[in-house]
Design a protein around this ligand. Structure first.
Ligand code: 4AD
Ligand code: MG
Length: 431
């Protein structure tokens, strides 16, 4: 490419013009940082401002300036789309993320959001590559459903605008594709789905969205041990690929926002995941002799402060916790022999928290029926799910990975609303 003639269509990021020579930074979405164009001032068309779209014809040459390898020596510059400066919200200065969140349609034009978008795209493709390599089939599960898979009641209802019951039965936006994925795992063997999921949780945190994307894998003949293996190797694979291929974007984001980002990713790539049962985790927490806000007791939910202690102080590693108390968990999880716990697992990352949740599913008809009744679930709403246990039932397991949480880990962005193009969260009005 060097010394060859090129034509680049892009948007102007900044112009410095001393009346003789103009330095124009342009961005077409593919560079981590802008490409510098050097032109004679007389070549500049009128209205060549920050934000305008231009076509530059010129030669790529080695740059004498520091901090960049190449620059574009322009021969001709054409203005494609003018950008009036008076009310263009993006100025040359660095804007706060809070301000940028108020203009989601324009924040994508900043270096931060371009890098996040490229990483998001790369990770989505890496996930597909991982499952292809593992010979999983990609399936599509429905968005409109009638079931509350997680049993938490955090559902968005779907209505006809005219107020009529369109489907003749209460219907909701899906909270998880799992139950549908199970049907396919029990025929195709190994499947995954990657789609939008919706939760009407009133959680105003840096980790929760009302609409997020989830990767859900489900496989027949897989137990909880195999599931932990699968989910941890997927995380390793996608982060390793990212580290290899997107280091420039990672560097940029670490310079702009999270200085410890590279170190954190390297830590995840070089540290083995610790595996402990929930009971062991509670024992470790109890003997920690720390003043936790929630004092650890068997049966309680593991809180953020506990996760932090386990990953960041005690083990200094990502931790997989498995075999949770039955009372805390969804009806579909497989009951262990002790009758007190279920074969569920979560992956907790240092400086981050829960990223994956999964379980071995209850494959025994009678036990499943019993768990449903215990949780006040009407089995007649789950006849097809129960059918899977009546006709050729086998052990099977699956997990869900919150895609935005993965993107957060990979980009170091602290607020989950900054890793999805158009965030939906309580009080955030859709654009
Ligand atoms: O732990 P969860 O609720 O598990 C399930 O939905 C299972 N049905 C998955 C399965 O086994 N197929 O959600 C899985 C993951 C969480 O670990 C988290 O990463 C993410 O989804 N998640 C959210 N991400 C963003 N915003 C929210 N409100 C989220 N709720 C869960
Ligand atoms: Mg969970």
């Amino acid at each position: 490419m060097l010394n060859s003639m090129v034509e680049i269509s892009a948007w102007i990021r900044s112009i410095r013009d001393n009346g003789r020579i103009a330095f124009i930074d342009i961005q077409d979405g593919s560079f981590a940082e802008a490409l510098q164009v050097v032109a004679e001032s007389s070549e500049l068309p009128r209205d060549c401002h920050n934000g305008a779209a231009v076509l530059v014809r010129g030669t790529l040459v080695k740059s004498p300036a520091r901090g960049q390898n190449v620059e574009l020596k322009a021969e001709q510059i054409f203005l494609l789309g003018n950008c009036p400066q008076e009310n263009y919200p993006l100025q040359k200065k660095q804007h706060s993320l809070d301000f940028l969140r108020s203009i989601p349609h324009l924040r994508i034009r900043t270096n931060t959001f371009l890098a996040v978008a490229r990483i998001r795209s790369f990770l989505a493709q890496a996930i597909h590559r991982f499952f292809e390599r593992e010979q999983y089939y990609h399936i599509h599960t429905p968005i409109i459903t009638s079931s509350d898979t997680e049993g938490t009641g955090e559902l968005f209802s779907v209505h006809h605008k005219k107020g009529t019951s369109f489907f003749g039965t209460p219907s909701y936006l899906t909270v998880s594709g799992q139950l549908a994925a199970e049907t396919h795992a029990l025929a195709l063997g190994k499947v995954y789905t990657f789609g939008p999921t919706f939760r009407a949780e009133n959680s105003n945190t840096n980790r929760h969205l009302s609409e997020f994307w989830m990767i859900e894998a489900e496989a027949a003949f897989l137990d909880i041990g195999g599931l932990i293996e699968l989910s941890t190797s997927m995380l390793y694979y996608v982060l390793y690929e990212l580290y290899k291929e997107c280091i420039e974007d990672i560097r940029l984001l670490s310079t702009l926002h999270t200085p410890e980002l590279i170190e954190q990713i390297e830590h995840l790539l070089t540290t083995s995941y610790v595996r402990i049962s929930y009971t062991e985790a509670i024992d470790v927490l109890k003997s920690a002799k720390r003043n936790f806000t929630f004092s650890p007791q068997w049966g309680m939910d593991i809180q953020t402060e506990h996760e932090k202690f386990l990953c960041e102080i005690h083990y200094k590693a990502p931790v997989v916790i498995y075999d949770y108390p039955r009372a805390e968990k969804a009806f579909y999880m497989r009951v262990n022999d002790d009758q007190k716990t279920v074969a569920a697992m979560d992956i907790i990352l240092p400086y981050f928290g829960e990223i994956v949740g999964g379980s071995q599913r209850e494959e025994r008809y009678d036990v499943l029926l019993c768990s449903m009744k215990e949780q006040g679930i009407n089995p007649s709403h789950y006849t097809s799910y129960l059918d899977l246990r009546r006709f050729g039932s086998v052990i099977h397991a699956g997990f869900g990975l919150g895609f935005e949480r993965l993107v957060q880990c990979a980009t170091g962005m602290r607020n989950i609303r900054d890793v999805i193009p158009f965030p939906r969260a309580p009080g955030l009005i859709p654009d």
